[in-house]
Design a protein around this ligand. Structure first.
Ligand code: ADP
Ligand code: MG
Length: 627
C-alpha cells in the first residue's frame, strides 16, 4: 500500500474513480456535493469560495458560453430556465412577462425554445451548460473526471420535465443514477430516514418559487404524501417589495429606467440579505438617495407574502386531512427561509421550532450527495418512494379515460390491466396514453399513442390484451401492450415533447373536483351510447343469421326502432337513449323467442326423451338466471 503524504491542514479529496456527485439544479442557484470517504457530506466551492452557482447562462459574442456569476453581468443573461424544462409554449405563455427573454416554439418537438441573438436554444441545452459547470467544478476538486450523478427535481415535475432534466444531464456527459425529489433530498440530509416514523413537512422558499411537501416516513421509506406551493413566489418578490419601500422612503416618484430598476433590485436584494442578521441597514442608491431601512419595516412589507406561503402550507395539510400539530418536524429549505420572519411564522403555524440547523441553500445538494453515494456504492438501503402527481391511464371505447395508475401512487410501480377487442376480427388496437383526473379523454392530457398490430382475427371480446404501465424510480413512464394468446408485444417509452406546468397540473386537479358531477354525467352518457351501439350490433347479427324466422313487417319495425335508437345516441339525452334501447329490447323479445325455438329445435334433433328433458330444464334455468 502506498503512503499518502499531505501538507498539514490539507485534506485530500476522494481518489476513487467511481465517485458520484449530488446536484441541486435550482431555479436561482445550483450546487454540487459529494460524500467523502469519512462519510462527511461536502458541498464543493468555486474558486471564490462560494458554493452557489447562479443558474444563469449567457452566450458571449465570440460564441463562448458563460455560466454563473460571470454570466449575471451579461445584458442578455438567461435566468430561471428551469421554469421552461419540459414545457410547451402554451404552458409557459402563462408566465408571460415574467420571462425576460423571447420565446419561440420548436414545431417538431412542441418544446418552448429561447431566442438569443437570432439563435434558437432549447432549455435543455442551457441546463446542460449549468450541469457542465458543476461537473467541471467536481472534476477540478477530485483531479479526475466525474460521470455519475443524482440530480434533484421539484416534486411536482411531470414526466416531460423529468425527461428534459435527464436529457440535459446526458448532454453534459453525466449519467443520471436517479432523479430525486427536492423535498425528499432535504429530508435525507436531515437524516429523517433514520428518525422515528411520522409525518414531516419540507418548506422550500427559494428565489422565485415556493414548494411545500408532506413526507411520510414509514418502515424506512419516504413517501411524498402531497405537494403544493406557488410557482410565482419567492425571494425575488421580497426584493420587489423592498425596492418599492426604498422608493417610498426616498420620496422618489419618477419613472425608473430599466437599468435603474435593475440596479435598485440588486440593491434591495443586498439590503434584504443583510437584514437577516442586522436590525437596520444604511443604504444609498445613486440618484435616489441614502436612507435607513429597519428589519421591522421590511417585515411589514413582506408579511402578506409570507402569509401566502402559510396559507398554501395549510392547504396541503387540509388536503391530506392532517392537523398542524401532527407534523413531527418542518425542514427549512431555500435561501429565503433565512429571513427571520419566515422562520417565526412557520414556527407559530406548526407550534414547534422548524429544523434549520443545516445550511438552507445546501441541504438539497447534500441529500442528493447522500443518495448518489448510496447508489454508486451499490447500497440501496435508502429506498426513496415518491408519488406520481396525476393519474395515468388509457383511452377506452367511447372516449373514456380508464385510470391504470391513480394519482399519488407510490413509485416505482407497475400495473397491468386487461382489455379486449370491440369488433369481430379486429387485428389492431390503438393504445392512447393520457394523464389527468377527468373522466373524458379529451379533457385530459394526451401523452402518447401507439398501435398494437397483428392481433389474430377473433370474435369481439375474445382477444386478451394486457396493457402494462411501469413508472421507474425517476418517475418516467413506459407502457407496453401484449396480446396474450399470441404474445405479440408492443412497447413505448412515453416521452412527451412537452409537459405540464405546475399551474396546469393544479388546474387539472381543481377542474376534476369542480367538474366531478359533469364528468359523471358525461361518463354515463358515453356508457349508454356504448350499450346502445352494442345492442344494435347484436340485433343486426341476429337478423343476418335468423332474419328469415320473422315477417318482413316485423323486421321493418325492428329496423325502424334501430334507426331511432341510433338517432337518440347522437344526442346528449341519456334517458332518451336508454328508453329507446329498452324499446328495442322489448320489440325484439318475440324475435328472440323465435330464435330460441329454432335453437331448441336444432338441439333436440336426434336426442333421447330423457336428454331432451334435461336440456329443456337447463335452458329454463338459464333463462331464469338471465331475467
Ligand atoms: P432556488 O431554489 O430558487 O435556486 P435558493 O434556495 O438558492 O433558490 O434561494 C435564493 C433566494 O434566497 C434569493 O432570493 C436570495 O436573495 C435569498 N437569500 C439568500 N441568502 C439570504 C439571506 N441571508 N437572507 C435573506 N434571503 C436570502
Ligand atoms: Mg432550491
Amino acid at each position: 500500500m502506498l503512503l499518502e503524504i499531505h501538507e498539514p491542514g490539507q485534506t485530500p479529496i476522494h481518489h476513487a474513480q467511481d465517485i458520484a456527485i449530488g446536484i441541486d439544479l435550482g431555479t436561482t442557484n445550483s450546487l454540487v456535493a459529494f460524500v467523502a470517504e469519512d462519510g462527511a457530506v461536502q458541498v464543493l466551492n468555486d474558486e471564490d469560495g462560494g458554493t452557489l452557482l447562479p443558474s444563469v447562462v449567457a452566450y458571449a459574442a465570440d460564441g463562448a458560453v458563460q455560466v454563473g456569476r460571470v454570466a449575471v453581468r451579461h445584458p442578455q443573461a438567461i435566468h430561471s430556465v428551469k421554469r421552461l424544462m419540459g414545457r410547451g409554449i402554451a404552458d409557459v405563455k402563462t408566465l408571460g412577462e415574467a420571462l425576460p427573454y423571447a420565446l419561440a416554439e420548436e414545431k417538431s418537438a412542441g418544446m418552448a425554445m429561447l431566442e438569443v441573438d437570432g439563435r434558437r436554444i432549447s432549455p435543455v441545452e442551457i441546463s446542460a451548460e449549468i450541469l457542465k459547470a458543476l461537473k467541471a467544478r467536481a472534476a477540478a476538486a477530485f483531479g479526475h473526471d466525474v460521470t455519475q450523478a443524482v440530480i434533484t427535481v421539484p416534486a411536482y415535475f411531470d414526466d416531460a420535465a423529468r425527461q428534459a432534466t435527464k436529457d440535459a444531464a446526458q448532454l453534459a456527459g453525466l449519467e443520471v443514477l436517479r432523479l430525486v425529489n427536492e423535498p425528499t433530498a432535504a429530508a435525507l440530509a436531515y437524516g429523517l430516514d433514520n428518525a422515528s416514523e411520522g409525518l414531516y413537512a419540507v418548506y422550500d422558499l427559494g428565489g422565485g418559487t415556493f414548494d411545500i411537501s408532506l413526507l411520510k416516513m414509514e418502515k424506512g421509506v419516504f413517501r411524498v404524501l402531497s405537494a403544493g406551493g406557488d410557482a410565482q413566489l419567492g425571494g425575488d418578490d421580497f426584493d420587489h417589495m423592498l425596492a418599492e419601500l426604498m422608493l417610498k422612503k426616498a420620496g422618489y416618484s419618477e419613472e425608473l429606467s430599466a437599468a435603474q430598476a435593475g440596479m435598485l433590485l440588486q440593491q434591495a436584494r443586498n439590503v434584504k440579505e443583510q437584514l437577516t442578521d442586522k436590525d437596520e441597514v444604511l443604504t444609498s442608491v445613486p440618484l435616489i438617495g441614502e436612507f435607513i431601512i429597519t428589519r421591522n419595516e421590511f417585515e411589514n412589507a413582506i408579511k402578506p407574502l409570507v402569509n401566502k406561503t402559510i396559507k398554501a402550507f395549510n392547504q396541503v395539510l387540509v388536503d391530506a386531512e392532517i392537523e398542524p400539530e401532527d407534523v413531527k418536524g418542518v425542514v427549512m429549505v431555500g435561501g429565503s427561509t433565512r429571513v427571520p420572519i419566515v422562520q417565526q411564522m412557520v414556527a407559530a403555524f406548526i407550534g414547534k421550532q422548524p429544523l434549520n440547523n443545516l445550511n438552507p441553500d445546501e441541504v438539497v445538494a447534500q441529500g442528493a450527495a447522500i443518495q448518489a453515494s448510496a447508489l454508486a456504492g451499490g447500497s440501496n438501503d435508502t429506498l426513496l418512494l415518491d408519488v406520481t402527481p396525476l393519474s395515468l391511464g388509457v383511452e377506452t371505447y367511447g372516449g373514456l379515460m380508464e385510470v391504470i395508475i391513480p394519482r399519488n401512487s407510490a413509485i416505482p410501480c407497475s400495473v397491468a390491466q386487461e382489455f379486449t377487442t370491440q369488433a369481430d376480427n379486429q387485428t389492431g388496437m390503438q393504445v392512447h396514453i393520457v394523464q389527468g383526473e377527468r373522466e373524458m379523454v379529451d379533457l385530459c392530457r394526451s401523452l402518447a399513442r401507439f398501435e398494437l398490430k397483428g392481433i389474430p382475427p377473433m370474435p369481439a371480446g375474445k382477444a386478451v390484451i394486457a396493457v402494462t404501465f411501469t413508472i421507474d424510480a425517476d418517475g418516467l413512464l413506459t407502457v407496453s401492450a401484449m396480446e396474450k394468446t399470441t404474445a405479440i408485444i408492443q412497447e413505448i417509452t412515453v416521452k412527451p415533447s412537452y409537459g405540464l406546468a405546475p399551474e396546469a397540473m393544479e388546474r387539472m386537479l381543481m377542474e376534476s373536483m369542480e367538474h366531478a358531477q359533469e364528468d359523471i354525467t358525461r361518463r354515463l352518457l358515453a356508457e349508454s351510447r356504448i350499450e346502445a351501439e352494442q345492442g344494435v350490433a347484436a340485433v343486426r347479427r341476429a337478423l343476418e343469421v335468423d332474419g328469415a324466422l320473422i315477417s318482413s313487417d316485423y323486421c321493418d319495425r325492428i329496423e325502424a326502432q334501430i334507426a331511432s335508437l341510433l338517432q337518440a345516441s347522437e344526442g346528449e339525452d341519456r334517458d332518451a337513449i336508454d328508453l329507446s334501447a329498452a324499446a328495442l329490447n322489448e320489440l325484439c323479445a318475440e324475435f328472440a323467442e323465435a330464435r330460441m325455438n329454432k335453437a331448441l329445435g336444432v338441439a333436440l334433433q336426434g336426442s333421447s326423451v330423457q336428454e331432451v328433458e334435461q336440456r329443456l330444464a337447463a335452458i329454463e334455468a338459464k333463462k331464469a338466471s338471465q331475467n
